[in-house]
Design a protein around this ligand. Structure first.
Ligand code: NDP
Length: 354
């Protein structure tokens, strides 16, 4: 059975942000309807002498939709008009295998590297291999864009990016896809990285990006905030957040790490991509719960619940909303399958005979 190899270039060209946002809306709705299968990710802490490294495994399946209305457009959420959901292709199964080497940046390598493999569910044969770095960057930011479209004020456009790595760049593109950006500030642990990010972003986007000296300065008055750092400790304090802001919290994907202090989580109505993941893997949620800043019921629901009209999103212009992203396998599989279908139609990629 031939295996199609799709590298970074194919993934980036065949998965434009605007398309990925619709694909993510579709799969998040399927997840909330209980149609998808995925265990919690399993993470191996590698024993290494020099660097820190994790190896993560994320298998899943998006079975064929059980009824035609399973892929129908959901009711529109208040304040957030949505395009119709992209129909999900039937029966996708696969796995993402990814390493996380947080210090790689200093060595000129990406911190997340790996592969997504898709399988033919009829025969069990592998059919395609994808570069996971680019796929992860695009799908993660696209999910934050879905959250932003559902939860941010319509007039939100003052963006603070905390972190200046791969996710910060993808989030700038994703935020620009769903809101008209008036101003962008970026802060990073190293001021030089924030300056480099700002200079590169100005060349790629029409909007000016200002490096900020502190996270507090970046966030002051912002109505969109994306936290995209590998910090294990809070880099965003609740007291700094402007009324009416929407936050996408993207880093801190393990139970022991957090980017937000307890006050930031307590101030906000909290939505997640997957409730089970948040209850097991989100330090932002679990550590705030442990210190008593929030109660058990603080999670309002999943993005899919908002997409399906089961939950109200933003209720007034002054409330703070928070999307805690953990990233789940079915997002990778839906994005990969979208790339696969387009690649087959356009005869892209390298066919490997197995
Ligand atoms: P990069 O390595 O490209 O960038 C990391 C950023 O975090 C840099 O700005 C870096 O600062 C900063 N940073 C690193 N360590 C610290 C620290 N101890 N304190 C403060 N800042 C720090 O990573 P990515 O952009 O790919 O990923 C960012 C985060 O998002 C990671 O935690 C990653 O695991 C998570 N992630 C989440 C996903 C999801 O689905 N929710 C998917 C993919 C990633 P500097 O510029 O100074 O080096």
């Amino acid at each position: 059975m031939p295996l199609l190899y799709l590298g970074r270039r194919e993934v980036e060209e065949l998965l434009p942000m605007a398309e990925c946002i619709e694909v993510m809306a579709g799969v998040l709705a399927a997840l909330a309807r209980g149609e998808t299968l995925q265990p919690l990710r399993s993470v191996l802490r590698l024993r290494l002498s020099e660097r820190r490294g994790l190896l993560g495994m994320m298998p899943g399946q998006i079975p064929a939709a059980s009824s035609p209305d399973a892929v129908a457009a959901p009711p529109l959420a208040p304040l957030a008009p949505l395009a119709p959901l992209a129909p999900l292709a039937p029966d996708i199964a696969g796995i993402k295998v990814i390493t996380l080497y947080p210090d790689n940046r200093a060595h000129g390598l990406e911190s997340h590297q790996g592969a997504v493999l898709l399988f033919d569910t009829g025969t069990g044969s592998p059919i395609a291999y994808f570069d996971a770095s680019s796929l992860t960057a695009i799908r993660t930011a696209a999910v934050s864009a879905v959250a932003t479209r559902l939860l941010a004020r319509d007039d939100a456009g003052d963006l603070a990016l905390l972190g200046a790595g791969v996710q910060a760049a993808a989030h700038l593109e994703a935020m620009a896809a769903v809101r008209r950006l008036r101003r962008v500030r970026v802060w990073s642990r190293s001021p030089e990285s924030a300056r480099r990010f700002a200079a590169a972003a100005v060349r790629r986007h029409a909007v000016a990006v200002e490096p900020a000296a502190t996270a507090r300065e970046a966030v002051a008055g912002a109505d969109l905030v994306c936290t995209t750092t590998a910090s294990p400790k809070p880099i965003l304090a609740g007291a700094w957040i402007a009324p009416g802001a929407h936050l996408n919290a993207v880093g801190a994907c393990v139970a022991t790490a957090r980017e937000l202090d307890g006050a930031a989580v307590a101030r906000a109505r909290l939505f997640v991509d997957c409730r089970e993941s948040a209850l097991n893997e989100s330090g932002d949620f679990l550590l705030a719960l442990r210190e008593g800043a929030i109660g058990e019921g603080h999670i309002q629901g999943e993005l899919g619940d908002l997409l399906l009209g089961r939950l109200a999103g933003r209720r007034d212009p002054a409330e703070v909303t928070l999307f805690k992203s953990l990233g789940v396998a079915v997002e990778d599989l839906a994005a990969a399958h979208h790339v696969y279908r387009k690649a087959v139609a356009a005869r892209r990629g390298i066919v490997l005979e197995t």
